[in-house]
Design a protein around this ligand. Sequence first.
Ligand SMILES: [Zn+2]
Length: 188
Amino acid sequence: MRIEPIRFKTDSAESRVCIKCGVEKDLDQFAKDKKGKYGRRSQCRDCERAGNTKRVMGWKRRNPDRVKAARAQYSNSHQEVIRANSKRNKPIYYKKNRESILARAAVKRRQFRIENPLPPKIVQTAEEIKKGLKSYNQRQSAMLTDGYVKKQIVKRMPGVSRADIPADLVKLKRDMLLLKRSRKNGVT
Ligand SMILES: [Zn+2]
């Protein structure tokens, strides 16, 4: 019995075998090359691309300073393009990564609070609160703020909601209060 020699697939006009990955592929999977067999390169497009990427990545790893300088130069000369792209991509990116973005922000917030603790809460006694409120009311009264004037109106007209008091009435009441005060001051 005769043993047939092993026959490897050879290139044909429709396809050829990539010398890198050894896979037989259609000719259009190889870049054109006038000097190559069937006018094509010997490595398939995928292998060439992978090789290029590998070479570029290796070069970048070996030349971090040149990469940094090139990036700086690019961002300097393409500010407007970068800004426009960022404006367009930001909402898309946010939509896609909402959860991780929010989670990261929460971690950052907590970290910030740990590094910048809030001052201790001031605990006021009932007496202090009363005093504070009195001085607040005194200030409101002295300034005749809308809130204060409305309060005086409601005192005379119980059941009226502050929101329903027209601005004209507030103005009138304020004038009346001023008049009353000036009279009182005139007497003393
Ligand atoms: Zn290949």
